[in-house]
Write a protein that binds this ligand. Structure first.
Ligand code: ZN
Length: 281
């Protein structure tokens, strides 16, 4: 059976803003690396400052003709006050989730505005992917332990901790995932996923690097049902993605476990059926 890969975490940009981060560049990378489908993130508002683009509108147009391969996640502009309306608009545009980066976007994970996002996203069934791990911003705003509080208040909300806390907060992230897991039908499951993104290269991704031993620890503590592979495109390109896939394939997993990590888990979490969108836009 040929493995079909659905990868999370691809930031895409208008060509004029970031030439190596365009949608066509991503599609090339996917063809090259054997990736069938990918989740694309709209640029953050601050990344489009000084241009005439609105990130979510732009992404929706970009992926309209690539629905078989590209799934959209929106972003929130925290400088504005209409947070719940922005979340609703993201769902109305046919997106499946939201990418959030508390350090880069400058919001506290437990702030009022953030809670508005969680509440509306939980109601509308949107998946949230968060950057976790140090990012040169006051740690108090985005400490990984705060995700336990979010899970407590929004038990139906599905979220991924991208980079699994990074090198420095790996164990905090594992604690949050396991603390919120429950036994269902004989399996231990959680609505909090570990995002295996930029965790494979010791030099290039030094602050998020986990390496083989921590990946095996994750399988032991969390299990294969909670792990989701991501690219971190365009910061990672073909030469980074190839070895990342190889690392996952070298962990001694069964084909079924490999399939789960390389897209099966994400597909279920997003409510896709056989990789197809069940939601119509
Ligand atoms: Zn990211």
């Amino acid at each position: 059976m040929k493995l079909s890969i659905l990868a999370n975490h691809c930031h895409v940009f208008p060509e004029e803003v970031r030439p190596n981060g365009s949608v066509s560049r991503l599609l090339q990378l996917m063809d090259h690396c054997g990736i069938t489908q990918a989740v694309t993130f709209a640029p953050f508002a601050y990344q489009l400052k000084g241009t005439s683009f609105e990130g979510n509108e732009w992404l929706e147009k970009q992926i309209r003709t690539e629905k078989e391969r590209l799934i959209g996640f929106g972003t929130i502009d925290f400088s504005s006050t209409n947070i719940a309306a922005q979340v609703k608009r993201i769902a109305d545009m046919g997106f499946y989730g939201i990418k959030l980066h508390p350090a880069a976007q400058g919001f506290h994970l437990l702030s009022e505005k953030a809670y508005e996002v969680y509440q509306e996203a939980e109601k509308l069934g949107l998946f949230l992917s968060f950057h976790t791990g140090i990012h040169w911003h006051r740690l108090q705003d985005y400490h990984v332990i705060h995700y336990d509080e979010i899970a407590y208040h929004f038990p139906k909300l599905k979220i991924s901790l991208e980079h699994v806390g990074g090198y420095h907060f790996f164990l905090d992230a594992v604690a949050v995932i396991v603390n919120n897991s429950r036994v269902r039908e004989g399996k231990r499951v959680s609505n909090i996923y570990a995002g295996l993104t930029s965790v494979f290269d010791k030099d290039k991704n030094r602050y998020w690097y986990l390496g083989r031993d921590k990946l095996l620890d994750l399988l032991w503590q969390v299990g294969p049902d909670q792990l989701i592979f991501g690219l971190d495109f365009p910061y990672n390109q073909d030469d980074d993605v190839f070895p990342a896939i190889q690392t996952i394939k070298s962990l001694g997993l069964t084909p079924e476990q490999e399939h789960k990590i390389l897209g099966g888990n994400l597909s279920i979490a997003l409510g896709l059926e056989n990789g197809k969108r069940v939601k119509e836009t």
